[in-house]
Design a protein around this ligand. Structure first.
Ligand SMILES: Nc1ccn([C@@H]2O[C@H](COP(=O)(O)OP(=O)(O)OP(=O)(O)O)[C@@H](O)[C@H]2O)c(=O)n1
Ligand SMILES: C[C@](O)(CO)[C@H](O)COP(=O)(O)O
Length: 224
């Protein structure tokens, strides 16, 4: 079955800040995105890689690829105003309707090979596979009144990417009007009334969001 990886990196990294968006910042001597793309190529070098970045960054990215001798083949697609729009642009660039697509945040460079593998296997069988991890901290629900209520953490999961889907279904799911409730691809998929399958993610698969995450990412690369 034909496999695609759609790496979304069309954001501007406002929470991290700085002159260069986080997806291009170096960890372990090379840009975050190059680590992420390499993880998918290592899984299967016949996989088709699609990279979504802001349209205005194409020259910058191509220069970076030259500078770092980065030669993993990928199709560049221009992102949109939101993650939803960036994913949609990436899906629109895939002509196939048969096959599987792993949608993954460009700023999650520490996804493990076994997670990618299980996500494709599960999505082939059930239609979808969403990587999740259990919570380590206790959690509380804060009420509008300011009081808080204990929650049983075993009933919750933290959601990561990859989120992998049968192409026909996820393309159809994205033919909807964007909603604030769509915080990831799983929420778009289940809006169709389809249930998502969960698979175990890996704890190191953090989404680099803040300065502290970038520092931790540099540490993770240094010990790899
Ligand atoms: N218009 C957008 C917004 C986000 N993303 C991507 O979605 C992933 C998760 O988003 P997030 O961590 O929120 O990235 P940013 O939007 O860049 O960060 P911030 O919210 O701090 O600005 C990132 O790989 C980001 O580049 C995207 O492809 N297109
Ligand atoms: C898709 C995601 O990474 C799953 O945890 C997350 O929902 C992205 O959220 P963001 O607000 O766009 O960073």
């Amino acid at each position: 079955m034909k496999k695609y990886a759609l790496i979304v990196a069309g954001g501007s990294g406002t929470r991290l800040g700085g002159p260069i968006a986080k997806q291009y910042r170096p960890i372990g001597g090379k840009p975050v995105l190059m680590h992420t793309l390499a993880k998918f190529q290592a899984f299967d070098d016949k996989l088709s890689l699609i990279l979504v970045i802001p349209g205005g960054d194409f020259d910058f990215w191509q220069n970076l690829c030259g500078e770092f001798g980065f030669n993993i083949p990928h199709l560049l697609v221009a992102g949109g105003q939101s993650r939803f729009q960036s994913v949609k642009n990436g899906l629109d660039a895939i002509a196939d309707t048969e096959g599987l697509v792993a949608i993954h945040d460009g700023v999650r460079p520490f996804v493990k090979q076994h997670v990618i593998e299980q996500s494709f296997q599960t999505a082939a069988l059930t239609g979808s596979a969403v990587a999740v991890v259990e919570l380590k901290d206790s959690i509380r629900k804060v009420e509008p009144s300011g009081t808080s209520v204990f929650q049983n953490r075993s009933e919750f999961r933290l959601v990561q990417t990859p989120q992998t889907f049968q192409l026909k279904k996820i393309k159809k799911a994205f033919e909807v009007e964007e909603s604030a409730a769509f915080t990831d691809d799983a929420t778009v998929y289940e809006h169709q009334g389809w249930q998502v399958s969960l698979i175990p993610g890996n704890l190191e698969n953090i989404k680099i969001t803040t300065k502290e995450d970038l520092e931790y990412a540099a540490f993770l690369v240094s010990k790899a």
